[in-house]
Design a protein around this ligand. Structure first.
Ligand code: PLP
Length: 407
């Protein structure tokens, strides 16, 4: 592994791949948990598709259409390589939100599962669908309390010993408000031992660490392309093959059927069943460019660099009087904080408008996590491969300047 400085140097050089920093000199972008910036290769892949190969997929038999189909399917292959899964387990979706809605609705529709269980610190996209589809289908819904910002294995064990099986346990890999990494590997084992299945919200995890779907006990994995350098409007739901027959489709329409008769329809097999309608073709192609870029960078080095940035941010911010860091000590990629006297919206507006430092403020689509901390709003700085130690320094200095200005 490279030293901290060598890593920082490597990643500093990669910044040049991201046109946004050329176009916005002085920008300190610390909102990658919301969406990441895009490298030239990703932007280029989208332009290239529209200039050279634009056509619908899986339909026409003329060369342009065949080229579009093969680009689209090559993207599925690239995602499967990136996540070490089978090509036949990758379903293209619009986003994590769509993948999780698809899953909650479809699993509820099987009539097999009795309970949906979800920790309360989840992003609303991994909480509300389970809550609502459980309600709509008369299933039990079990919101798991968290202690502060962490989910202890003991509390999961306690809940699982009382749960009605078979059940679905949905959990995030990395909490989007605080950067707490869950122990989803151990949770998955427990879930299976108690007769459940597990869905992992990978929206924050997948951009940040190497993941093997094949070697994990995770049954379903959802993530969004735009949080790992690709275009918005594309994501994936990975579904282990053994579930694909039992689970009904979510979207009925073109290309997901086998035969349509007046009285009923038989559905396509495999992942096609879950991809009704024209997909986001350029989005999928951009996702291939994104994962290939990440492979070149090396996910282990990326993780180490982001960990260094996060550690430094926690260290610098914790030295600012009046500032409270709510993220745990080992949070990854994300630091959530509040100031005792300055509202988080005022603080983030000051940083953004006066100093060109982009941090998020609000409840981060995680109202229950904030409620459990007695908060309604907080600031969140999040880091990705193009961030530098200088960015972290500017954040800390910016907060100090805001404190002098407001107080
Ligand atoms: N889950 C987590 C942990 C997230 O951080 C987000 C977005 O911030 C989502 C789900 C929803 O992602 P999207 O809006 O791309 O569907």
């Amino acid at each position: 592994m490279l030293s901290t400085d060598a890593l920082a140097d490597k990643f500093l050089r990669l910044r040049g791949d991201f046109p946004v920093f050329r176009e916005n000199p002085g920008l300190v972008y610390l909102d990658s948990a919301a969406t990441t910036q895009k490298p030239e290769s990703v932007i280029g892949s989208i332009v290239d598709f529209y200039e050279k190969s634009n056509s619908n997929v899986h339909r026409g038999v003329y060369p342009l259409a065949e080229r579009a189909t093969s680009l689209y399917e090559n993207s599925r292959r690239a995602v499967s390589v990136f996540l070490d899964s089978s090509y036949e387990e990758v379903i293209f979706t619009k986003s994590t939100t769509e993948g999780l809605n698809m899953l909650a609705s479809s699993l509820a529709g099987t009539g097999v599962y009795k309970t949906f269980a979800v920790p309360v610190f989840e992003h609303h996209s991994n909480f509300v669908p389970w809550q609502q589809y459980a309600k709509r289908n008369g299933l039990d819904f079990l919101p798991l309390p968290v202690s502060g910002v962490e989910l202890s294995i003991e509390s999961v064990r306690r809940v699982l010993s009382q749960i009605r099986a078979p059940f679905v346990f949905a959990v995030t890999g990395l909490v989007n408000s605080t950067g707490y990494r869950t122990d989803f590997e151990e949770i998955a084992e427990l879930v299976h031992n108690h007769g459940g299945v597990i869905a992992l919200d990978g929206a924050q995890l997948i951009p940040h660490e190497r993941f093997s779907f094949r070697n994990s006990e995770i049954d379903f994995l959802a993530f969004s392309g735009h949080k790992l350098l690709a275009e918005t409007g594309v994501g994936c739901l990975l579904m282990k093959k053994k579930f694909q027959e039992e689970i009904p489709p979510f979207l009925f329409g073109g290309e997901m059927v086998n035969w349509v008769e007046e009285s009923d329809t038989s559905f396509a097999e495999g992942v096609s069943k879950f991809e009704g309608g024209t997909p986001n073709i350029s989005g999928a192609i951009s996702l291939k460019a994104a994962v290939e870029y990440l492979e070149t960078v090396d996910m282990d080095l990326l993780e180490a660099h982001v960990a260094n940035l996060t550690d430094l941010a926690r260290q610098k911010l914790s030295a600012i009087p009046g500032l409270t860091i709510h993220s745990p000590e080992n949070s990854h990629a994300i630091v959530m904080f509040t100031h005792e006297k300055i509202h988080s919206h005022d603080l983030s507006e000051f940083l953004g408008r006066r100093l060109n430092i982009a941090v998020r403020s609000g409840h981060h689509c995680s109202q229950l996590q904030l409620k459990s901390l007695g908060l309604t709003s907080s600031c969140r700085a999040s880091f990705y491969l193009y961030n530098t130690f200088e960015d972290v320094g500017r954040l800390a200095e910016g907060i100090e300047e805001a404190v002098r200005w407001f107080l």
